[in-house]
Design a protein around this ligand. Structure first.
Ligand code: SF4
Length: 120
């Protein structure tokens, strides 16, 4: 029995409303104004991924937390596991925007990067 879901494509600001019909491994997409919507819908159905943005602990005179993010999207089901890894880390300045805070987090092939420069 096919399953129908609706999603808003977030691959660009147009935000097309997508109707997706899933029948086993077969995924049909309607409502997309370009091929990126098809790719987005299939990926979202088969292996959804997200960029994680959060903060980690920092010992600093000026900042209470350091903003960090994954360098690229990670599987959605790993978001909370990665957040727990980030919560274990405490960094000390100087930190530059783009510095690697955790290399290859949980073996996912993705680094956690600082998104702010903190000098002290
Ligand atoms: S389907 Fe294409 S035009 Fe529509 S929101 Fe997605 S990327 Fe933008």
């Amino acid at each position: 029995m096919p399953r129908v879901i609706t999603l808003t494509c977030i691959a660009c600001p147009v935000g097309c409303d997508l109707e997706i019909i899933i029948d086993g491994d077969n995924v049909k997409v309607f409502g997309n104004k370009c091929p990126r919507g098809q790719d987005y819908a299939v990926k979202e159905v088969q292996s959804p991924e997200r960029i994680l943005t959060t903060t980690c602990k920092i010992i600093s005179k000026k900042e209470r937390r350091l903003p960090v993010k994954t360098e690229k999207p990670i599987p959605k089901e790993k978001l909370f596991d990665v957040m727990r890894e980030i919560e274990k880390v405490t960094v000390e300045p100087p930190i530059a925007r783009g510095d690697v805070i955790i290399k290859n987090v949980l073996g996912l092939g993705v680094d956690i990067l600082a998104t702010k420069t903190v000098k002290e």
